[in-house]
Design a protein around this ligand. Structure first.
Ligand code: IPM
Ligand code: MN
Length: 353
């Protein structure tokens, strides 16, 4: 029987709880579709950092490179200064494993409340392909005369053509494989970022014309995109955008699709090892109470299955999530408001596989 090795990073707060439900569901899909998932736990996160001062040691990074995929709960601890775990664990893994795509589906399931008035599941179903290792996240820049009146700081949005090209190509391929509206919208700010924006615009256009003539091309400035995502989300199919813009618009996307309880993401290296996570945080105040919503993590599990090549199992998980929500048994996506516990939501979805 085919078998895959999965590295488990439960992390902080409610991370381990949602990950357990994710495993419950993807295991059910694996049994049904005739393959096996083998897990290995890694202790990374705020607790380990407070205990040992370590975030993600290089030896762990090397081991992570040997897995078929990584499944992450959440990183973030109230007693650790902001930035340390984000940079030391999450961004470190993204960079070291060259997970250059951040894939974030924005899909509204039935019976899920969206704050966007008069929009339903038929209107909200698009995917954001966020560039995940370049741009302003590279850390280029510096500061001088810090603490004086004249202090100066820069943070550079740097992109090379190959880095833009591999991201845009992934997005075109994704739009083609998805085969829905067959449209790729580039989101940037080329009216002001005339250098880096222009590079993205030309790559999007050149590649589209020469290699993907059947995919429609569109362009939105990022500020306008936030407006359209609320006003006419049905307009989008696949969006491709740079790192920081993608970070910002996918939080808006998460709200449009019903909140952090349902928003999943994948940090993808199409040629290497990818990492899947619910994009909400560690929600420390709900830890251990069996009230957090595991659906985002379960959906991240479906993305994991798709990326390792188990498309049918992935579709089965997505359908089970859909059916569980369509049944109306889960009352709300918010922690403590689901009308059942974290483990019961996992049981219900697993039973529908
Ligand atoms: C995300 C997060 C991270 C990011 C933070 C925690 C570094 O906001 O995954 O969207 O900015 O990419
Ligand atoms: Mn973010």
């Amino acid at each position: 029987m085919k078998s895959y090795r999965i590295a488990m990073l439960g992390g902080d707060g409610t991370g381990p709880e949602v990950l357990r439900e994710g495993v419950k569901v993807i295991d059910a899909a694996a049994r049904k579709h005739g393959f096996k998932l083998e897990y290995q736990d890694y202790d990374l996160g705020g607790e380990r950092y407070l205990r040992t001062g370590e975030t993600c040691p290089d030896s762990v990074l090397e081991e992570l490179k040997t897995f078929d995929a990584i499944y992450l709960g959440a990183i973030g601890h109230p007693e650790v200064k902001p930035g340390i775990l984000e940079l030391g664990i999450l961004l470190k893994i993204r960079f070291a494993l060259d997970q250059y795509i951040n894939l974030r589906p924005v899909k509204l399931y039935p019976n899920v409340y969206t704050p966007v008035k008069d929009k339903g599941p038929e209107d909200v179903d698009f995917v954001v392909v966020r560039e995940n290792t370049g741009g302003i996240y590279t850390g280029m820049g510096g500061a001088a005369m810090v603490g004086t009146r004249g202090e100066i700081a820069t943070q550079v949005m740097a992109y090379t053509r190959p880095v833009v090209e591999r991201c845009v190509r992934y997005a075109y391929e994704y739009a083609k494989k998805r085969n829905k509206k067959n449209m790729l919208t580039l989101v940037h700010k080329c009216n002001v970022l005339t250098h880096v924006g222009d590079l993205w615009v030309r790559v999007h256009e050149e590649m589209g014309t020469t290699e993907y003539p059947d995919i429609k091309r569109d362009y939105n400035h990022v500020d306008a995109c936030t407006m359209w995502m609320v006003k006419s989300p049905e307009f989008y199919d696949v969006i491709v955008t740079s790192n920081l813009f993608g970070d910002i618009i996918t939080d808006l996307g998460a709200m449009v699709q019903g909140g952090m309880g349902v928003a999943a993401g994948g940090n993808i290296n199409p040629e290497g090892v990818s990492m899947f996570e619910p994009i909400g945080g560690s929600a420390p105040k709900y830890t251990g109470k069996n009230v957090i919503n595991p659906i985002a993590c379960i959906c991240a599990g479906a993305m994991l299955l798709e990326t390792i090549g188990e498309d049918n199992a992935a579709a089965a998980v997505d359908k089970a999530v859909h059916d569980a929500l369509a049944s109306g048994k889960i009352k709300d996506m918010g922690a403590g408001r689901m009308g059942m516990g974290t483990t019961e939501v996992g049981d219900l979805i697993a039973s529908l596989i």
